[in-house]
Ligand binder design. Structure first.
Ligand code: IPM
Ligand code: MG
Length: 346
């Protein structure tokens, strides 16, 4: 049995997770799901935003599925449990496949992968008050941090048959930190990625990358960038393919991995049976690939494409289905595709 840690969280988290697990369960994957908690409800019950056993469970699992959590009202010491997981498990790579699956959702079709440094930069939260009116925020960029995320991006591009990797930075202003990031990028490109594997490489200033994502997204294949730029570009790119309801993310380190939809817990929608479970399903799809179950991952992805093609989707992307009905349709389409694909699960 392959153990998978499951953290449904708050708000719509349990609904999209429920839908995702229903699907994974019919696939006979040999998974054992171990549930644990995070978020506001967890805090009410255990006094912490991440269950004390969560880290141990994840470390004993092959991967983790994470739903969504609700932030408490502004509170000085709150750190999102997702960030705790990223830090404690050294999940230094954030991966977001950005592909237009539902026609009409994007002004121009997108098919790229955004790879974001997930462990340092401004997210180290080094802020101090110089005086009453001035706050100094320090941004940490290390050689190790740059080297490993760039290596990750090149390895990803090579093993996923992508042709080009673009480095996104602001080295015209942040000459030392972003300058080092860009330098390491070209060093690795020259030494193996483009020399040995023929990958094309180029680089963009982050503002130009933001513009091109909207205007000419076909310029991009794999993008690799620093933490905050990746956060912002990730939101933008997600918006260009139909929003967070169809945008999954993976947080990957050398030993552990956590897969999540990029949407929040939307407390206002909780229990209303309207949330789009697609991002959660696509997060599971990324997990399956990570676990080496590529055929099964492709089958889920194909199922979603078929449904969208037939206009079977939730309200956020122009459909009329609720979470449950959509899941039901998904299961039926999955069964149809499975019986037409010989040995689909073998
Ligand atoms: C994301 C989110 C997180 C981030 C939040 C929840 C801390 O926006 O994964 O993009 O800023 O990294
Ligand atoms: Mg974000």
């Amino acid at each position: 049995m392959v153990r998978v840690c499951v953290i449904p969280g708050d708000g719509v988290g349990p609904e999209v997770m429920g839908s995702c697990l229903e699907i994974l369960q019919v696939m006979d994957l040999g998974f054992e799901f171990v549930h644990t908690d995070a978020g506001l409800q967890c805090h009410k019950e255990h006094g912490v935003y991440l269950h004390p056993e969560a880290l141990t469970i994840i470390k004993d699992s092959a991967a983790c599925l994470f739903g969504a959590v609700t932030r408490p009202p502004p509170e000085r010491n709150y750190i999102s449990p997702l960030r705790t997981l990223r830090r404690e498990l050294e999940l230094y790579a954030n991966v977001r496949p950005i592909r237009t699956r539902r026609k009409g959702m994007s002004p121009r079709p997108l098919d790229l992968v955004l790879i974001r440094e997930n462990s340092e930069g401004l997210y180290t939260q080094r802020e101090r008050a110089e005086d009453e009116d001035t706050i100094i925020t320090e941004r940490v960029i290390t050689r190790l941090g740059c080297e490993r995320i760039i290596k990750f991006a090149f390895d990803y591009a090579i093993s996923n048959d992508r042709k080009r990797v673009s480095c996104v930075h602001k080295a015209n202003v942040l000459r030392k930190s972003d300058g080092m990031f860009r330098e390491i990028f070209y060093f690795q490109a020259y030494n193996f990625a483009s020399r040995r594997y023929g990958l094309e490489v180029d680089d963009y200033l982050v503002d130009a990358a933001a513009l091109n994502l909207v205007r000419s997204p076909e310029k991009f294949d794999v993008m690799v960038t620093l933490n905050l730029y990746g956060d912002i570009l990730g939101g933008e790119a997600g918006g260009l393919i139909g929003g967070p309801g169809v945008s999954p993310a993976a947080n990957i380190g050398d030993r552990y991995a956590v897969f999540e939809p990029t949407h929040g817990s939307s407390p206002g929608l909780a229990g209303k049976d309207v949330m789009n479970p697609s991002a959660m399903i696509l997060a599971a799809c990324m997990m399956l690939k990570y676990l080496g179950k590529v055929k099964e991952a492709n089958l889920l992805s194909e199922t979603l494409d078929q449904l969208f093609e037939r206009n079977v989707c939730t309200i956020d992307i122009g459909g009329s289905y609720g979470t449950k009905d959509f899941t039901h349709e998904f299961l039926q389409e999955l069964e149809r595709l499975t019986s037409s694909t010989t040995n689909a699960f073998k």
